[in-house]
Design a protein around this ligand. Structure first.
Ligand code: ATP
Ligand code: ZN
Length: 287
């Protein structure tokens, strides 16, 4: 039996942590975390988890100390490490934006020419400004970027935004979005065959969980004379299941549907005569 362990680096505590831990839980992979633990071996999947600061994860993955890691795309790109993105995870969505004091007029990027911009993302900002042909001074600071204008350190900031409330409470307004980010799974560029096999198993589970989240199991009752119309609105994975009810002339219809598609078709489904409609979450979905 192979003793290879996939080493996975996760953020110890921060905005990526809970969703990262939850993702593995949903994939049926158990491990202990919290209370100062620095690493943990899963009890039911050949993986060892390392709990680190997010900024250090791309470096560990590049060096091969970890095989995989979960980080924000913003951090993966900013660190400039040689790693491969193996999957987008859809959580911790945010954007990197330039903001200026709320009272100031903004006519476009040329207003930033010659200005001081404070940021923790000098590479992303530098690349963006170079691409737009704007020359500004990038002032690198490691935290509390949004107070820079009010203490006279910079005329503008470039920072992570999700709702915009932090900017607002610091008297700033967002004027340019330079990068959109979400959590991604990164991997070492040269995994050995055993580790690649484990990664493929993990990705298969992650994709099954993600697909299931977008779909619902639908159960409804319908008069038999409406079945053609209703089943056409519920295509299912292959085709819907139709079973007779105990009452004559009625059937139960079961199907799997993308949730958006379900909401778009719900009026037509009811108008066709469907009753007692149940929408049930799906845990895993395998095609
Ligand atoms: P660490 O202590 O591990 O260095 P940190 O303070 O640098 O943590 P967090 O604030 O936990 O980082 O953010 C981690 C990642 O989550 C960011 O790099 C970004 O991709 C994403 N993120 C940051 N702010 C938000 C937000 N408001 N909403 C959603 N995602 C965010
Ligand atoms: Zn960090």
């Amino acid at each position: 039996m192979s003793t290879t362990l996939l080493r996975v680096a996760l953020q110890k505590s921060g905005r990526l942590s809970e969703d990262s831990y939850q993702l593995f839980k949903e994939c049926g992979i158990r491990f202990d975390y919290g209370t100062g633990k620095l690493k943990s071996v899963s009890s039911n999947f050949p993986a060892e988890f390392l709990f680190l600061r997010d900024d250090d994860i791309p470096g560990y993955v590049e060096d091969g100390v970890a095989d995989l890691g979960i980080v924000g795309e913003n951090v993966a790109v900013e660190t400039g490490r040689q790693v491969q993105t193996v999957h987008k995870l859809g959580f911790s969505k945010c954007r990197l934006s330039i903001a200026i004091p709320r009272g100031e007029v903004y006519n476009g990027l040329s207003d930033l020419e010659g200005k001081n911009i404070a940021t923790s993302y000098p590479r992303l900002l530098g690349d963006y400004l170079a691409g737009e042909g704007v020359k500004a001074h990038i002032h690198q600071i490691s935290g509390s970027v949004e107070i820079a204008p009010s203490i006279g350190l910079a005329e503008a900031v470039c920072d992570i935004v999700s709702s915009g409330s932090t900017l607002l409470s610091n008297g700033l307004k967002e004027v340019e979005t330079i990068f959109r980010s979400e959590a991604i799974m990164i991997a070492h560029t040269d995994l050995n065959a055993d580790k690649q096999t484990l990664l493929n198993k993990l990705l298969f589970r992650i994709k099954s969980v993600q697909t299931a989240k977008f779909n619902k199991y639908i159960v409804l009752n319908a008069p038999n004379n409406a079945l053609d119309k209703i089943t056409a609105l519920l295509p299912g994975m292959k085709s819907p299941t139709v079973m007779p009810l105990a009452i004559k002339g009625w059937s139960s219809v079961h199907s799997v549907l993308n949730e958006n598609e379900f909401w778009e078709n719900i009026e037509a489904i009811r108008a066709a005569g469907a009753e007692g409609i149940l929408v049930i979450p799906i845990e895993k979905m395998i095609y």
